[in-house]
Design a protein around this ligand. Structure first.
Ligand code: ATP
Length: 134
């Protein structure tokens, strides 16, 4: 049996996940990061993306926003601005958010507006992908 470690995923409104797992994979600013038991300790900033979790030979995934991953001996913690399982994703809401962000980007407002719209677009795209709608 594969070695396990404790994974906690913390969102502002809830402890999204807290269990022993075999593997977690996230998207960091430097690219994909897969963590198995006995991974070297590290802290890395996360980009909007999917988190993949392997437990008992089964995989599942969720959409997450920006945040951090902290890998310690026997324990990994992900802290993120938002997290949703596929079945929790409101597809209509994500489609509306995607449309709003695309319209904002087309209107070419200030620098800050563009960065915010790009992040909103990215969150919507990831939610739609995780919900299997893109
Ligand atoms: P919106 O413009 O629709 O609010 P957003 O990307 O600005 O989208 P966030 O600020 O990332 O939303 O998230 C706020 C809260 O709403 C979080 O708890 C997040 O999990 C939840 N949330 C956002 N979009 C969806 C969605 N499409 N389905 C389910 N929950 C969502």
């Amino acid at each position: 049996m594969a070695s396990t470690f404790r994974l906690q995923i913390i969102a502002p409104d809830r402890i999204f996940y807290d269990d022993e797992v075999e593997m977690v994979a996230v998207s960091t600013q430097d690219g994909g990061l897969g963590v198995l038991a006995r991974h070297i300790p590290l802290v890395a900033p996360l980009v909007i993306g999917r988190v993949k979790i392997k437990k008992g030979g089964q995989s599942k995934e969720a959409a997450i926003s920006e945040g951090f991953i902290q890998v310690k001996r026997g324990y990994t913690r992900v802290i993120t601005d938002s997290a949703e399982w596929p079945e929790e994703i409101d597809v209509e809401r994500a489609e509306a958010a995607k449309k709003r962000a695309e319209e904002l980007l087309r209107s070419r407002k200030s620098h800050v507006d563009i960065m915010r719209a790009e992040a909103a677009l990215q969150r919507a795209i990831i939610r739609l992908r995780v919900a299997n709608r893109l």
